[in-house]
Design a protein around this ligand. Structure first.
Ligand SMILES: *[C@@H]1O[C@H](CO)[C@@H](O)[C@H](O)[C@H]1NC(C)=O
Ligand SMILES: *[C@@H]1O[C@H](CO)[C@@H](O)[C@H](O)[C@H]1NC(C)=O
Length: 166
C-alpha cells in the first residue's frame, strides 16, 4: 500500500509540474478490462447470434458499467460457431469503447478458439476464448438445421493481455 501511495504522490507531483498533463495512454493505466454478464448465444432454430456484456475499467465510469451488444447473422440455423462481430458491428453505450469477437467456423471435429478484443480509448486488450468454453449441441444428428451454440465459460472475467505493450 505504501508504494502505491508514494506512486500516487509522485504522479500528482508530475501532474502539478506539467501545465497540460497528457492522459496516460499506457495499457497499465487502462487495464485490466473487467467483463461481466458475458453472453453469446444462437437461439434454437435461429440463424443469428446475440452478444451482450458489461464492461468496467480503471478509466471508465463504473456505475453503471458500459453496456455492449451485437447481433450477427450466421446465415444457418445449423451453425456450430458464434460468428464474427467485426469492427463496427459491435455496439456500446459509450463511444470510447469498441470491440470485436471472432469465432471462425470450424470442422465438426476440430472446433476453433475465439478471440475477443476490447478497445478503450484506442488501447486494445485481447482475450482468447478456449473452444471448451463454447458449448455446441447438435440435438437431432439427423437434422443439420437445429444445432445450438452458446458461450458456456465464466460470465465474469478480466482482460489482461494488451498486445500494444506498456
Ligand atoms: C449490465 O449492468 C446493468 C446495470 O448494472 C444491469 O442492469 C444489466 O443486467 C447488466 N447486463 C449484463 C449483461 O450483465
Ligand atoms: C484482435 O487482436 C489481435 C491481437 O492484436 C489481432 O491479431 C486480431 O486480428 C484482432 N481480431 C479482430 C477480430 O480484430
Amino acid at each position: 500500500m505504501k508504494s502505491i501511495f508514494s506512486l500516487a504522490a509522485a504522479a500528482a507531483l508530475v501532474g502539478l509540474s506539467n501545465s497540460t498533463p497528457l492522459p496516460d495512454a499506457t495499457a497499465a493505466a487502462h487495464g485490466p478490462y473487467h467483463i461481466s454478464g458475458f453472453f453469446a448465444s444462437k437461439p434454437h432454430l435461429s440463424s443469428g447470434c446475440r452478444f451482450e456484456f458489461n464492461l468496467t475499467s480503471p478509466t471508465l465510469p463504473s456505475t453503471p458499467p458500459v453496456y455492449c451488444w451485437a447481433s450477427v447473422e450466421l446465415g444457418f440455423s445449423g451453425a456450430t460457431w458464434l460468428g464474427y462481430v467485426y469492427q463496427g458491428l459491435g455496439h456500446c453505450d459509450n463511444e470510447r469503447v469498441d470491440w470485436t469477437f471472432n469465432h471462425p467456423r470450424g470442422a465438426e471435429t476440430d472446433r476453433n478458439d475465439a478471440v475477443f478484443n476490447v478497445t478503450v480509448d484506442g488501447v486494445l486488450g485481447t482475450y482468447r476464448v478456449p473452444k471448451e468454453d463454447i458449448y455446441v449441441n447438435l440435438n437431432d444428428e439427423g437434422n443439420p438445421f437445429d444445432n445450438d451454440v452458446s458461450y458456456s465459460g465464466p460470465r465474469e472475467f478480466e482482460i489482461v493481455d494488451f498486445p500494444g505493450g506498456n
